[in-house]
Design a protein around this ligand. Structure first.
Ligand code: ADE
Length: 223
């Protein structure tokens, strides 16, 4: 099975990374009047940066990826194109990670042309330099080798995806899984532990979605 390299990021990491990032922004002399969080990954870092930088104004913009029918290429679009007047204001646009950088680039261009601020600077906790099309103005960690960072705010979503992936790919040789089988295979395969509560929530969510079926205490992949 093709392994996705995964690193678990804790809440404690997020708070300390945001604190360190705020120091970099402060020492640059840039004084944001408004923080704009990229939905959804930028929400928590943006809120923490508001706290550490003493910024009251927090907005968000949802820049989302979608797959064009019959095309492999992914494209980003602004989901809710509302208008707001930011003239004369310095914006700090915040995301968790700059991976391809496409959604950030789109959001930045949208903000400049539609919201008309004085200036826009980009901040991210992590920047995957070999793949990113842009370099954020402020970042804490330069990632030189691609990983999927398992952030606390996508823990359930990611756990569901990873479980589905394991069961699909192991399906050739194994059909019925106990809860303990799922947990130990997950830990072995991804090398991270999201904790029992998340494993329980994920299995329950996959059963509700019809992806898994429970038959006398064992789970079978349906979709
Ligand atoms: N969102 C986009 N790229 C990501 C990555 N490499 N890790 C976590 N979240 C992401």
């Amino acid at each position: 099975m093709a392994k996705i390299p995964v690193k678990l990021v804790t809440w404690e990491d997020i708070v300390s990374w945001s604190r360190e990032l705020s120091k970099i922004i402060k020492s640059s002399g840039y004084k944001p009047d408004v923080v704009v969080a990229i939905a959804r990954g930028g929400y928590v870092p943006a809120r923490l940066l508001c706290d550490f930088l003493g910024v009251d104004n927090l907005l968000s913009i949802q820049s989302q990826h979608w797959t064009e029918a019959a095309k492999v290429a992914e494209r980003a679009l602004i989901k809710f194109r509302y208008s707001v007047d930011l003239s004369g204001m310095n914006v700090l646009l915040v995301d968790d990670i700059v991976d391809t950088g496409e959604s950030l680039m789109l959001a930045k261009n949208f903000i400049i042309s539609e919201w008309r601020p004085k200036d826009v600077k980009i901040a991210a906790l992590q920047w995957i330099s070999p793949v990113a099309k842009l370099r954020p103005d402020y970042y804490l960690i330069e990632v030189r080798e691609w990983y999927w960072f398992q952030y606390p705010w996508t823990r359930l979503e990611d756990t569901c995806q990873f479980i589905k992936r394991i069961l699909k790919e192991e399906g050739v040789s194994k059909r019925e899984w106990s809860f303990d089988d799922i947990v130990s295979k997950f830990r072995e395969h991804y090398g991270i532990d999201v904790g029992l509560d998340y494993f329980r929530d994920a299995v329950e969510a996959l059963v509700s979605a019809g992806v898994l079926e429970e038959v006398s205490g064992k789970y079978i992949l349906k979709l």
